[in-house]
Design a binder for this molecule. Structure first.
Ligand SMILES: [Fe+2]
Length: 580
């Protein structure tokens, strides 16, 4: 007679094996689209999208970006070609008569044989949240009027929609990308731009007239919604052979950002809050090693992010850390080595990058265990790791990056060499939706998408079918963020499966889990979890939150705890901590 516990163990292991089959079925994919790598040509100088506004010294290249830390400020920039003209911005809220004025500054620069127009930057502050404002620049009959809408007040459940474009350039494809973004019914409210703007440096002597055409090209969108800038390699403009040895000269003159508001010492790296998101912009082409200004700033800033206020932590940089295309393969490696441990420790949700002229979305993976002698240098699934999304497919004249490394590595979830843009649509503190839109499709079509957070969905979905507690599945899928809310107990709906199973496993093995073959680990993990949930179900309890780990919140170290709620919603909480 076989003991009952042996039978039960066998059933658990069998179910665990089935769960793992389901999990592995969710593997990476290379799109079937096969595009020729035809170069796309820049639009000619007399294209309508480059049209100079009529009138003497009329303001042109109008664009806006966030002008403070929290979204109540806007930097308005424009260029007057012939003379400085007026520095003043007149602005007013919709449905009010009261008009306000703000004065900006004007800068110019020379680059080889090019002299810029008069570049105006005016910061308007203390605006009302979630309000439509009109503004005017210029004087007399060349005054031009635009509008923008300020974001809602920063808060954890504030919905907000970001667009994503990178490596845009100024080709016919670039124009298609921008049009596609503008007409996308998902309606991006601000644009996260991941570097490589005009590609003027592809011209002889970095012809800066192509910076001007690019400024006029993007005005139709960038004058109405803030573009959050990231510097790419095409912004460096370092050309000592023609006497130009100051990096980023055209870029930093033309595109101001509110870097001082986040205590940064350089416009090339900075951070902002916007709605429910905290956005960190990094510079891959500035010093970022240990003890450098950028490193010091980043490592301070990332620890200060208050996830109860801005649960979504987004990082922008130019070259991707995880890239499986041949183009720029491993170029992001030095930055990855320096910063990936921070991204994992502080649970960055998503890292957006460009540089590779294609689209790619990664699994949640990390590769942070290597210490020179342990041989652990392969990406592994990690629910604390960000999703890495390459969106360098804006459509510039260098063409698509069609060559891919083969076979598709485990860390790559989806890849396709097509031009397009992305939308990151935040619903509330626990749910967001990313979609990628290729230019060849209709405006509402999603060529790829991912719900956030997704770390445990596959397992959760299968578990549901076994134990029929759909409500728990919903809780499972929320596991990444709620850990940060344990203090306020406002949400309290997560089971940190990995922490639980790792705790159990480590208590059994006492060894580093990395050395356990992954399939065995998953099998055991799922079987234990299933057993746990079944017991919970038998007891008639919903376990709403269980964190068996140490973590940091608001600068304090917390021990994990748990909150157990009986079905009638009577809370029995046992949150442990803070520990120090
Ligand atoms: Fe680039």
């Amino acid at each position: 007679m076989v003991p009952k516990w042996v039978c039960a163990g066998f059933v658990y292991l069998l179910l665990g094996l089935i769960l793992n089959v389901a999990e592995f079925c969710n593997g990476g994919m290379t799109s079937g689209y096969q595009r020729p790598n035809n170069l796309s040509f820049d639009m000619p100088l007399d294209s309508d999208v480059f049209r100079v506004p009529p009138g003497y010294n009329a303001p042109q290249q109008v664009h806006i970006t966030q002008g403070d830390y929290e979204g109540r400020g806007v930097i308005i920039s424009w260029i007057t070609p012939d003379e400085p003209g007026s520095n003043t911005v007149v602005y007013w809220a919709e449905n009010t008569e009261l008009k306000n004025c703000a004065d900006g500054i004007v800068v110019t620069y020379k680059y080889f044989d090019y002299t810029s127009g008069f570049i105006h930057h005016c910061t308007i502050k203390d605006l009302e949240f979630d309000t439509k404002y009109y503004y005017e620049v210029g004087i007399g009959n060349t005054t031009r009027q635009f509008w923008f809408i300020t974001p809602p007040k920063v808060g954890p459940d504030v919905p907000y929609t970001f667009g994503l474009i990178g490596d845009l350039g100024q080709t016919y494809d670039s124009n298609t990308t921008l049009t596609h973004y503008e007409l996308n019914p998902a309606k991006g409210q601000a644009l996260l731009f991941v570097g490589d703007l005009s590609y003027a440096d592809d011209y002889p002597f970095h012809d800066n007239n192509r910076w001007d055409t690019w400024g006029r090209f993007i005005e139709r969108n960038a004058a109405h919604q803030p573009w959050i800038w990231t510097a790419g390699n095409h912004e460096i403009d370092f050309a000592p052979a023609i006497g130009e040895s100051i990096p980023f000269k055209p870029y930093t003159h033309r595109f101001f950002v509110p870097y001082e508001a986040s205590e940064s010492t350089s416009p090339l790296w900075y951070s902002i809050k916007r709605a429910s998101a905290y956005i960190i912009v990094m510079s891959s082409y500035s010093a970022f090693g240990k003890y450098t200004p950028q490193y010091k700033w980043f490592t301070n800033k990332v620890t200060e992010v208050n996830r109860t206020e801005t649960p979504w932590l987004i990082v922008l940089m130019h070259p991707p850390m995880y890239n499986s295309y041949v183009s720029h393969y491993m170029e992001g490696e030095t930055m990855r080595v320096m910063y990936e441990p921070w991204f994992v420790e502080y649970k960055v949700d998503v890292v957006f990058a460009g540089h590779v002229h294609a689209y790619e979305r990664s699994e949640r993976v990390s590769n942070v265990a290597y210490n020179i002698i342990n041989g652990l240098c392969t990406p592994v699934n990690n629910h604390s790791a960000p999703v890495y999304i390459t969106i360098g497919d804006g459509g510039n004249q260098e063409g698509l990056s069609t060559a891919m490394t083969q076979p598709q590595p485990h860390y790559s979830a989806y890849r396709e060499a097509s031009f397009g843009h992305g939308i990151f649509d935040i619903k509330n503190r626990t749910h967001a939706y990313f979609s990628w839109h290729r230019n060849q499709d209709g405006y509402a079509i999603e060529a790829d998408s991912q719900r956030f957070p997704t770390s445990t969905e596959t397992i959760g979905r299968v578990l549901c079918s076994f134990i029929k507690i759909r409500v728990s599945f919903r809780f499972l899928s929320n596991s990444r963020h709620d850990i940060f809310d344990i203090k306020n107990k406002t949400c309290g709906i997560a089971i940190e499966m990995d922490f639980l199973s790792m705790l159990i496993l480590t208590s059994f093995t006492g060894k580093n889990l990395e050395i356990i073959p992954r399939i065995l680990y998953n099998m055991i993990r799922n079987s234990f979890l299933l057993a746990f949930l079944l017991i919970v179900r038998l007891l008639g309890l919903f376990v709403l939150q269980l964190n068996c780990s140490c973590y940091k919140m608001n600068g304090l170290n917390y021990r994990g705890g748990f909150i157990v709620r009986p079905p009638k919603d009577i809370a029995l909480s046992a949150v442990l901590g803070p520990a120090s």
